[in-house]
Design a protein around this ligand. Sequence first.
Ligand code: CP
Length: 299
Amino acid sequence: MSSRKTNSLIDLISLEKEKISTLFSFADLISENKLSFEKGFGKTGALLFFEASTRTRMSFETACARLGVYPLLLDGKAGTSLEKGETLEDTVLNVAAMKPSFLVVRSGDDLDLRDVARKLSMPVVNAGWGKVGHPTQALLDAYTIRKHLGTCEGQRVLIVGDVRHSRVAASHFELATKLGYEVALCGPKDFLPSTPTVKVFSSLKEGLEWASVAMALRVQLERHAIEYSLADYREQFGFTKKNLQSLSAQALIMHPGPINQGTELDSDILQDPRCQVLDQVSNGVFVRQALLHSILVEL
Ligand code: CP
């Protein structure tokens, strides 16, 4: 298999722990301004975002710009030949035929990203794929945990909320075993996997007392016929000042975004010293820049 193929990032199962450690060390150097990149690789990277995104799209765009790689952005389906009936896969294959150095793809479950990656000669990076996974989000979360708590090893990460529909949670299940942190879940029964493979807390209070990291997920309102009120959700599972009294002073509060403020996380929590939500976004650029750099140097 060529190095180009092994550089794809579709899930975290195939990413070696040593490679993650190298990426994180490289992201450290980037964040500390200790590296200068040779500009003008003369390369392009195709960023295909078939679904809405703010953080991931702009983070990859920023990473490309800082690496001197020209980002070719397809932002949404409007104005593309998808409107004329072209399939998602055909769109990806046609963009790939323009020979970008790599493809970054966000899509729903209606595209088989693994199958597409197998058909292409250049690396493909999963930028959020349906409910399957969001590996760079999990990596930037782990990088943020490592930065603030020193290591991911032994941390207790409580994921609260809409786990059943969450590609972020799916990627954390893959990464946790690799980096040695424990994941537990808390949320309404309908939001959790029907057969959970990890610890589940029925009470948020008990979960927060256990956790060294509390991660809220967006309630994916578009996917639920919620049988109870959002006010009840906030009361029972929301990251409110009252509920977060059960979380230790040294613990981290995280959320991958976008946030439904006043549902899964109150706006005043963003000012809580434990809250790393915006730092997650900053770290996302470093981690994605490190990842794209590792791809480019191996081409
Ligand atoms: N966390 C995340 O993927 O956010 P976006 O959907 O804005 O990219």
